[in-house]
Design a protein around this ligand. Sequence first.
Ligand SMILES: Cc1ncc(C[n+]2csc(CCOP(=O)(O)OP(=O)(O)O)c2C)c(N)n1
Ligand SMILES: [Mg+2]
Length: 153
Amino acid sequence: MALGARLKNSDFHTWVILGDGELQEGQVWEAAFVAPRYKLNNLTAIVDANDLPQFGWPDSSGHTRSVPIDDPAAKFRAFGWNVIEVDGHDHAALLTTWKQVRAFTDGPTCVIAKTVKGKGVSFMEGNYLWHAQVPTQDDLDKAGLELADPKES
Ligand SMILES: Cc1ncc(C[n+]2csc(CCOP(=O)(O)OP(=O)(O)O)c2C)c(N)n1
Ligand SMILES: [Mg+2]
């Protein structure tokens, strides 16, 4: 998309949201390799870095829910990306980050947003099952209460 925009002289910006488990897919790294080569400053990747994969490669003990990728920031830097690391739950910090992204014109930027899966809902936090699990009405009611008043949780 970003390369196409460049070729067509179009000025839209391409934003890509990536799961950290998704970074185990090889095609991500083909794109990551080529974007700095073309200095695609119209491309921003945002990694939802929650240290949890939907499913993933087993570690040496056979556990498939281990951290999906070590130090994604270093890897994107090594591929030539501008990298910004930020607390993915801090709205003010994110707004500052988007400004930094637009101000950087030398190439693509990767934002590593550190997050907690299910943040703010006690029975969802850190539990990979909520990637795809359908909440019951009871779950929704409880989650809504906790999100409405975090002190109650
Ligand atoms: C081969 C393949 N490509 C793309 C998808 C779409 N997809 C579903 S989940 C996911 C990644 C989500 O990130 P991850 O960190 O694994 O899970 P999360 O932390 O969001 O639960 C992607 C790319 C898919 N299921 N399979
Ligand atoms: Mg994840």
